[in-house]
Design a protein around this ligand. Structure first.
Ligand SMILES: [Zn+2]
Length: 173
């Protein structure tokens, strides 16, 4: 692996088509190479490294970036999440896993900018807000605004109908 100072004691085939040609890696890098065999097949170690750098948002490399081959500890700075982005993402994931969004409601929800699950009060509040904003009278009789309002009305009717057909949850506390 470029920049790696460790002895290349472990071999791995270069690709599926050249199984008798090998790259030689240290233990850490042969593991990384083998783990990503399917995805990175046929790429040279340099290409794999470039790919890992490009995809850091989605893939977690097995060693700190920019320190390939160095025996550095993971810098705590790399694990900081000052904006709470990672935490917020996880919280949103937990919420959305609570109740799956019904497929037929995805479009109306997107139209109104709402997320499932939803209460009738939230729906009504959001609808009033949008209806006011997109009302043709508030937009100088704009035809496009009229079309948007029709779409909003339809989305509202669909969601209201769905919520009305749900069994009422008993209020607690
Ligand atoms: Zn190595």
């Amino acid at each position: 692996m470029p920049g790696c100072g460790a002895t290349g004691e472990y071999r791995a085939p270069k690709s599926r088509t050249t199984l008798n040609e090998y790259w030689w890696f240290c233990l850490e890098h042969v593991r990384a190479y083998n783990a990503s065999w399917d995805f990175y097949k046929g790429m040279s170690p340099g290409e794999i490294e470039a790919q890992l750098r490009a995809d850091t948002a989605w893939q977690r490399p097995t060693w700190p970036l920019g320190r390939i081959g160095m025996t550095a500890q993971i810098d705590p700075e790399m694990l900081r999440d000052p904006l709470g982005v990672l935490g917020a993402g996880r919280a949103a994931e937990r919420r959305s896993h609570g109740e799956e969004t019904p497929a037929e409601l995805r479009e109306p929800l997107a139209t109104l900018g709402l997320a499932w699950p939803l209460t009738i009060d939230t729906l009504k509040t959001r609808y009033k807000e949008l209806a006011k904003r997109h009302h043709p009278d508030a937009n100088g009789g704009d035809r496009a605004a009229e079309e948007r309002l029709k779409t909003i009305n339809l989305a509202y009717a669909t969601l209201r109908g769905r919520l009305a057909s749900q069994p009422k949850l008993a209020a607690t506390g």
